[in-house]
Design a protein around this ligand. Structure first.
Ligand code: ATP
Length: 229
C-alpha cells in the first residue's frame, strides 16, 4: 500500500445531508453523502446539472451552514467549530478554484497570488517569491504584472489556480474550473492544474460535467439522487 493510503484522510464526509425549502417545497439535495479523500488524491465529482455538486463543494469548503452530518477536514470535525475557527481551518487547509476566476480586478497577477499568503501571515518577500514560482510553473512568467482584464480567459484561470495553491493547501476544491474556456484551452489548463496539484502533493476534489476530463483524475465519484455512487 502507498504512503497516501496509510495516512489520515484530508476530508471525511459521513452522512452529509442538505435540504432547501423554497416556496413551501423542500428538496433533499444531499441525502447522506459519504466520502474520504486521501492526501494527494485527485477526485472528480460528476453529476448532472442540479445534482448538488456545488452544494457539496460548499459544504466541504466550509462556506455555508445548514448541513447535517460529519464534515472532517484534516482530522478536525468542522461541524463543531465556531465561525472564526472554521475560517482558520479553511485558510490553513483549503484552496478554491471557481468557474469564473474571481480575481481582484485592480491587482496584477502576482499581487492576486500574494494577497492570500499575506493574510496567512507570510512575509511580502516570501509571498512574492512563491507567487512568481507558481505563475512561472503555469507558463505565466511573462504576465506577472498584468491585471485580470489584460489576460486571456485561460491565463486568468491559471492565475486563479496559482492563488488556490499559494498557501500549500492539503485540499483544493474546484467547481467547473475550466467550464468557461473553449475545449482546447480547458484541456491545457486542466492538464497544468493537475500537474501542479500532483507536484505540490495536494489532494483535490474537482466538480465537472466533463466525463473525458474526469478520466484524467485518480478517482471518479458521481452524485446520483443525493448520494455518491
Ligand atoms: N440556496 C439555495 N436555495 C434553494 N435551492 C437551492 C439553493 N442552492 C442550491 N439549490 C438547489 O439545489 C440543487 C443542487 O444545486 P447545485 O448548484 O448544488 O447543483 P450542481 O450539481 O452544482 O449543478 P450545476 O452542474 O448546474 O452547477 C438545485 O436543484 C438547486 O436549485
Amino acid at each position: 500500500m502507498s504512503d497516501a493510503a496509510n495516512s489520515a484522510p484530508v476530508v471525511r464526509l459521513d452522512n452529509l445531508r442538505r435540504s432547501f425549502t423554497q416556496g413551501g417545497v423542500t428538496i433533499d439535495v444531499l441525502r447522506g453523502v459519504n466520502l474520504e479523500i486521501r492526501p494527494g488524491e485527485i477526485v472528480a465529482l460528476l453529476g448532472p446539472s442540479g445534482s448538488g455538486k456545488s452544494t457539496m463543494l460548499q459544504a466541504v469548503g466550509l462556506l455555508e451552514g445548514g448541513f447535517e452530518g460529519l464534515i472532517e477536514i484534516a482530522g478536525i470535525n468542522a461541524s463543531a467549530l465556531s465561525g472564526d475557527a472554521r475560517t482558520t481551518l479553511r485558510r490553513d487547509h483549503l484552496g478554491f478554484v471557481y468557474q469564473f476566476h474571481h480575481l481582484l480586478p485592480d491587482f496584477n497577477a502576482t499581487e492576486n497570488v500574494v494577497l492570500p499568503q499575506m493574510v496567512a501571515g507570510r512575509t511580502a518577500a516570501d509571498a512574492k517569491a512563491r507567487a512568481e514560482e507558481l505563475l512561472a510553473a503555469l507558463g505565466l512568467g511573462h504576465r506577472l504584472d498584468h491585471r485580470p482584464n489584460q489576460l486571456s480567459g485561460g491565463e486568468q484561470q491559471r492565475v486563479a489556480v496559482a492563488r488556490a495553491l499559494a498557501n500549500r493547501p492539503a485540499l483544493v476544491l474546484a467547481d467547473e474550473p475550466t467550464g468557461n474556456l473553449d475545449e482546447a484551452t480547458a484541456d491545457r489548463v486542466l492538464e497544468e492544474f493537475l500537474k501542479l496539484v500532483r507536484g505540490e502533493g495536494s489532494a483535490a476534489l474537482i466538480a465537472t460535467h466533463n466525463e473525458r476530463l474526469a478520466l484524467r483524475m485518480d478517482r471518479v465519484v458521481r452524485l446520483h439522487e443525493g448520494v455518491l455512487v
